[in-house]
Design a protein around this ligand. Structure first.
Ligand SMILES: Nc1ncnc2c1ncn2[C@@H]1O[C@H](COP(=O)(O)OP(=O)(O)OP(=O)(O)O)[C@@H](O)[C@H]1O
Ligand SMILES: [Mg+2]
Length: 269
């Protein structure tokens, strides 16, 4: 019998090293998306502080109970908004380990939107949502949030002069998949590039003034995360019209078909 070229123990050690490096890459890409949002979050905090300062001044100036109550209400609401953003940002940056659990996908999308709303507003990207159902999937919420953030940042970057973005959550009971859609009215992707967008390091972008963007790792990691969840990632695009990414994740059987509050479908494009 011939000896294997590489001993089995070495193969196993290399396999573990690759797994550890993949994990680290995912973690550092997560921090890079936090970086991409830093400037819009700072802006939003500035606005919140302006509200707090102005209402504190008003409360000091007007001694009557009505004005003071109104000031306290405004200060409280501004403080709560700031707390929601910092909590979301911290929990996203920390990650939540490798555990998977049944998670409501609308809640997941809403948690991501808290982080990106200001960024979209600053770039004149109008956000529309369609959450006609509340499907649950067994996921690692931190990782799927990372995928969504990547898709949303890509969509925003595809609309340098602003535009519309539609985020939808639906479920298809026949196929047994929940679907999250991210659609933009941006530049679109030419057919010859469409074949390459999930390849590691494929990018058509330059890093911006903060050194963000253009590594070409976003979509390759998205695909890896979604496939590890036994899901699928699909893309359809028309140059000059826009792009639609769809994430399909296996529904949690027990809750498949749970219907949430309905909002009418809003059309984009
Ligand atoms: N919504 C979109 N509209 C148009 N082109 C897109 C869209 N999403 C992705 N692309 C194209 O796919 C390429 C690869 O995307 P990917 O997210 O992997 O990398 P990147 O955005 O260039 O860099 P990084 O995500 O590392 O900052 C992009 O450079 C862009 O050409
Ligand atoms: Mg990207």
């Amino acid at each position: 019998m011939t000896e294997p070229l590489i001993p089995q123990t070495e193969v196993e050690a290399l396999r573990q090293e690759v797994a550890a490096l993949r994990h680290k890459l995912l973690q550092s890409q997560r921090l890079s998306t936090v970086g991409a949002l830093a400037s819009s979050v700072t802006h939003e905090f500035n606005n919140i502080l302006t509200t707090v300062i102005n209402y504190a001044k008003m409360g000091l100036r007007h001694k009557d109970a009505n004005s003071r109550d109104k000031s306290f209400d405004k200060i409280l609401a501004a403080g709560q908004r700031a707390a929601k953003i910092t909590t979301g940002m911290l929990s996203y940056a920390r990650g939540r380990g490798d555990r998977r659990e049944p998670y409501d996908l609308v809640t997941l999308v809403q948690e991501v939107l808290v982080l990106v709303e200001k960024d979209l507003q600053m770039h004149r990207a109008r956000l529309e949502t369609n959450f006609s159902e509340h499907p649950q999937a067994e996921i690692n919420a931190g990782q799927i949030q990372q995928v969504l953030l990547n898709l949303i940042i890509n969509a925003r970057q595809a609309m340098p002069n602003g535009g519309r973005m539609l985020i939808s959550v639906t479920s298809n009971r026949e196929s047994g998949f929940a679907e999250i859609g991210v659609r933009d009215s941006g530049c679109g992707i030419a057919p010859e590039q469409l074949k390459k967008i999930f390849d590691p390091f494929f990018s058509t972008k330059q890093a911006d003034e903060n050194g963000q963007g253009g590594s070409g790792l976003g979509l390759s990691l998205c695909r890896e995360v979604i496939e590890a969840h036994h899901g699928r990632i699909r893309v359809e695009s028309t140059v000059g019209v826009g792009t639609q990414f769809t994430l399909k994740l296996p529904l949690v059987a027990a809750t498949a078909g749970s219907i949430g509050p309905t909002k009418p479908m809003q059309k984009v494009g």
